[in-house]
Design a protein around this ligand. Structure first.
Ligand SMILES: *Cc1c(COP(=O)(O)O)cnc(C)c1O
Length: 402
């Protein structure tokens, strides 16, 4: 959780600006806000890092991806290709806008592959919700080829890839629109928050209105604003945005430290027989929030997890059995259990979610163990971790032979 590792005076200063004026609302109220516009500043910081023409901050990464889908024109009955490995919010967002998730295969980038997308296409496919996982990025050249050849709408959930780029372009900016999360676990946090980015002016205005009851935000009398569309309240508060401002400013420094720490781990662990790494489509664009190990097979990975636990190594995820990130544990989703009826209940699911065949994704996630990189690690902590991982893997692989 690199962002929260560095929580301090800068965050307090930004929050105090808001506390002193008492203006907790992001729009209007010029007479009381003492010229503090934290949501606007947060958006400006995100634009600075991503190079996006437009950024719009909302209440969470989940509401950001839902807003992104809606603003890209994806709604009731539309088929949207999604990955089986993601934080479940991406799939929920597709359902929330009334659309229908179609699961496709990922590859060793840990993201949807171009081939997986091609195999999942149907005449009804409207869009792809591409998720950039574990600080890395999808293979964008191959994916953009499919997007363009098949005239699909691309929306990117870069919830955990803020600060990552592919060949010089920030992830989140390849499609019509994209989103980042600033929850408590991400490279920068707002406490709770999310930011949508786009280079498309019309999409930006739709997102801006959609996330605030359709307000057009023209003029300085909120009560008299027009409402070109109906929307909902996904607004971020000034308090959260203030924390987001301070945290986002830290991101370039965090990435630099993450990369140094990750490169030490990679160079040590490259010497260990049996360890491979997830494929990074553009190593220069890696935000290095995770070190992603691929063991020879699922059984070897499971034995490695046992050895890591025995050695007291924390800070890793074995997503294959994790409740939130991999489809195997999503019983509620497979059975479409919800509090009330969703459009998918009326239209019908486009796939039999209980009998999906995703052998490549099963194999990749079965082999995957991810370590969260901390930017505050000392060199001793990094080399100590490398040797513990190395010993655990070596023991786990020896068990196989013996
Ligand atoms: C964290 C995350 C989200 C959800 O963000 P919240 O801010 O927690 O709502 C969505 N997608 C991905 C890929 C994430 O990692």
């Amino acid at each position: 959780m690199p962002g929260t590792e560095l929580f301090g005076a800068e965050e307090r200063k930004e929050v105090n600006d808001v506390m002193e004026s008492g203006c907790l609302f992001r729009f209007n109220h010029e007479h009381i806000r003492n010229n503090h516009w934290k949501a606007l500043e947060f958006e400006a910081e995100v634009k600075k890092i991503t190079g996006a023409r437009y950024a719009h901050a909302v209440s969470s990464g989940s509401t950001a991806i839902a807003t992104a889908l809606a603003a890209a024109g994806i709604g009731a009955g539309d088929e949207v290709i999604v990955p089986p490995f993601t934080y479940i919010a991406s799939v929920e967002a597709v359902l929330w806008v009334g659309a229908l998730p179609v699961f496709a295969e990922i590859d060793e980038t840990l993201c949807l592959s171009a081939e997986g997308i091609l195999n999942a296409l149907t005449p009804k496919t409207k869009a792809i919700c591409l998720v950039h996982m574990c600080g890395g990025m999808a293979n964008m050249d191959a994916i953009m080829k499919v997007v363009n050849e098949h005239n699909l709408i691309l929306v990117e959930d870069a919830g955990q890839a803020f600060g990552s780029s592919y060949k010089g372009t920030a992830v989140g900016l390849f499609g019509k629109t994209g989103s980042y999360s600033f929850d408590f676990f991400k490279i920068a946090t707002a406490g709770e928050g999310g930011v949508l980015v786009t280079n498309d002016e019309e999409v930006y205005h739709l997102a801006d209105s959609y996330s605030d009851h359709g307000h057009d935000h023209i003029g300085n009398n909120r009560g008299m604003e027009n409402h070109p569309i109906v929307g909902f309240n996904y607004r971020i508060s000034e308090l959260h945005a203030a924390i987001g401002v301070a945290q986002t400013r830290r991101v370039p420094g965090i990435i630099e430290k993450n990369r140094t720490n990750k490169s030490i781990l990679v160079s040590e662990l490259s010497k260990v027989p049996g360890i491979q790494f997830a494929h990074i489509a553009d190593p220069k664009g890696d935000s290095a929030t995770f070190l992603n190990l691929l063991l020879p097979d699922t059984e070897a990975a499971k034995r490695t997890v046992v050895e890591l636990n025995k050695a007291g190594v924390g800070g890793f995820n074995y997503w294959h059995t994790n409740m939130y990130h991999f489809i195997n544990q999503w019983e509620h989703l497979k059975n479409l259990n919800s509090a009330s009826k969703l459009p998918i209940h009326l239209v019908g699911a486009p796939q039999d979610y209980n009998h999906l065949q995703l052998p490549i994704s099963q194999q990749v996630i079965g082999r995957l163990i991810s370590f969260g990189i901390r930017c505050t690690w000392t060199i001793e902590e990094v080399t100590g971790l490398a040797s513990k991982i190395s010993e655990s893997v070596t023991k786990a692989l020896a068990t196989e032979k013996g």
